[in-house]
Design a binder for this molecule. Structure first.
Ligand SMILES: [Zn+2]
Length: 369
């Protein structure tokens, strides 16, 4: 037994679930899981998700960067099984598993296989007076971020519904793309105006060095999907920094979810340079979270992925010039396990091989929710 475990608890969760309602068959699956957790109770938790980030994506980033990644500072590392009710998950079911602890069908936004709402880790945190934030390089209503605050039976055509759902919550920070889903809509509402009335500082830009710390902030940098790095610049690192500054400034506990969404898009396009560019942008954001956690001393940082995208591999390359020759087996997701890295109080709970649903249970236990 690792000495780091002052007290190790084996919690056995019994689950039963059947095939998704859309597939017709009522097959019943029952499984047990054991969750090993430390007794640490971190004051703050930052969960960073690299969408589509498999081990090769991390490896490619480290070779091209030629100096150690921020991720290489983490000492507690594990592997995560990503399947949904199908072997190959999508981002909605993957994020639902991490956000709610339940396997569901692809396309579900924190709804179970019977299309009942599942309470998310962010909602538990809100109920316990934690400050909360959601940041992404996709639209803020895209599957991964939405699964932490929204509940929809399908991920398609629900941008407006999710924007409206967001405003029913008390989440302090929201940053990403999707201005158009908040402005005047066919429902006759202007959700930007409603957000301002609810006390949000709403903007479409994030500026380095800006000292202004509103209590609540929504930053929507693009009408719909945010552009690639060349156009959006340091948005993710700046948004990560700004979110942490806002959420930590009055000394409450906070829970921040950040997503690097476009690692996945590079995988879908089978473009290695796109993947690496996004991976290194994500790593700069991870460094910001890590710097805060090191200074604070009571913040847990967990970095993981929802699934691997592309069946990405490195077949040739040169460590000296940081070049790589790569291949792909698919333009979709694969069943490959993905890494999880943890730093800070409770980090040892994330060592080993685990199911994606265990991310939820470990966080919930460590956060005392
Ligand atoms: Zn994808």
């Amino acid at each position: 037994m690792n000495k780091l475990y002052l007290f190790a608890f084996c919690l056995i969760f019994q689950f039963s679930c059947s095939a998704p309602p859309l597939s017709g068959e009522g097959q019943r699956i029952t499984y047990e899981k054991v969750v090993l957790v430390s007794e640490a109770k971190p004051k703050n938790v930052i969960l960073l998700i690299g969408d589509g980030m498999g081990l090769t994506h991390v490896t490619a980033g480290s070779i091209v960067k030629k100096t150690p990644l921020a991720l290489e500072n983490f000492r507690h590392i594990g592997l995560v099984k990503t399947y949904s009710t199908k072997l190959i998950t999508d981002s909605a079911a993957g994020a639902t598993a991490m956000a709610t602890g339940k396997k569901t069908y692809n396309g579900a936004i924190s709804m179970d296989i019977h299309q009942e709402k599942l309470k998310t880790i962010l909602e538990y945190a809100e109920d316990n007076n934690w400050l909360t934030g959601v940041v992404t390089t996709s639209t803020v209503t895209h599957a991964t971020p939405a699964c932490f605050y929204g509940h929809q039976p399908t991920r398609s055509n629900v941008n407006r519904a999710l924007a409206a759902e967001f405003l029913t919550k008390d989440i302090e920070v929201l940053m990403g793309g999707g201005w158009n889903y908040f402005k005047d809509g066919p429902d006759g509402r202007d959700l930007i105006e409603e957000a301002v009335a609810k006390g949000y500082f709403v903007t479409d830009t994030i500026v380095e060095g800006d000292q202004y710390l509103p209590e609540r902030m929504i930053c929507l940098i693009s009408p719909m999907l945010p552009p690639r790095l060349a156009e959006r610049g340091d948005f993710l690192p700046l948004a990560t920094k700004k979110s942490i500054d806002i959420l930590s400034h009055n000394n409450s506990s906070f829970f921040l979810v950040g997503e690097s969404a476009q690692i996945d898009w590079g995988g879908h396009e089978n473009k290695s340079d796109y993947i690496v560019e996004e991976m290194l942008d994500f790593d700069r954001s991870i460094q910001i979270a890590l710097d805060f956690a090191k200074k604070d001393g009571n913040t847990l940082v967990v970095v993981t992925a929802d699934h691997e995208t592309g069946g990405y591999s490195i077949n040739q390359g040169d460590l000296k010039d940081g070049s790589i020759e790569t291949g792909f087996t698919t333009d979709y997701h694969t069943a490959s396990m993905v890494p999880v890295f943890a730093y800070g109080p409770g980090a040892e709970s994330f060592a080993g091989i685990m199911d994606n649903t265990e991310i939820f249970y470990k966080l919930k236990y460590l956060m005392n929710l």
